[in-house]
Write a protein that binds this ligand. Sequence first.
Ligand code: KIV
Length: 370
Amino acid sequence: MPHGIRDPTKALAKATLRDYNIFVCISFHDRRYRGFPNCTGGKMSVIPSNGGQPPNFQTTGARPTSQFSQGQAGASHLTAVRPKVTTSTIQEKKQRREAITCLTAYDYATARLVDQAGIDMILVGDSLAQVVLGYDNTLPVTMEEMLHHTRAVRRAVRSAMVIADMPFGAYHEDEKEGVHNAVRFVKEAGAEAVKLEGGAQRVGLVRRVLDAEVPVMGHIGLTPQSLHKMGGYKVQGKDFSGIERLMKDAVALDKAGVFSIVLEGVPREVAEMITREVSAPTIGIGAGPDCDGQVLVFHDIVNLTFGEPAKFVRRYGDAAALITSAVQHFKADVESGGYPSDAESYHLAKETRVELEAILRRKEMKAYSR
Ligand code: KIV
């Protein structure tokens, strides 16, 4: 179905809503939902904000080479390989009905690869808690941990838009604290936007964060930070009251001015209706193909999550197999004496070696003559 056309009447959406008679139950079994098996264009810019410090890639040595061409010493002439992605780029893509791409990343190396692959937005998701830090859910991850990982991603990324996920507790107790924490992500970690979970109940906070000049990505549907309130990881919007609630949440966030809305764990038909209704681009995860864009957890698509993936996850690579094989080969080589080879060793200069041998010989002779 084509999307991106704003439906002028809510009535139509509501009528369509009544016509739907689907009760979908999707189970989520991957690590992100572990423990709950019940069912669940902008303008060309070459230097992104980086807490005032643009990344300084080297072109030699073990450091990765830059995707930017560096000029002569002192004066670097940076040429972007693709334009900087901004909130305007994302909104323009919806208008042009071009699919928006988003992946999570939590560290320098993967963020760099994701950016170089041309992904529009990089989300430093609080899924970090599970896929990187090994927690059972997203609730324990702290502001300091999120800031630390956002900084690493910031240092790697040149073109993609970097979005930091506000962790549980960073905006739930009081709005002032929420604004303060959103500003910290921009000021201390170089994020270009923040994401926060919740719909109509977050409108006041969203407005205040926007007043503080920080773009906001909304997130509704299956919101993992509401795990206990939801009674597990369950697909949301399966009955009429749920669908209506989701639609109201999406419209409220849209009116408040979010630049995009993540729809997670929502029936395809509901995601499609929301996508037509709101002007903000919708970014789906487990919400079907009719959203304006898609987001997945990086570790899910490369098989680094150690469990059965959720229904919506598609695996595009097997990093677990690649890493295991590399580690096993290293172990075998060290144990057999095959690593390191002479070619992988540093050597003395010839004159130094000759002199050293002479010294050792003299020492030996001295010892022998005693
Ligand atoms: O934390 C996360 O990774 C997320 C996305 C997958 C939407 O919230």
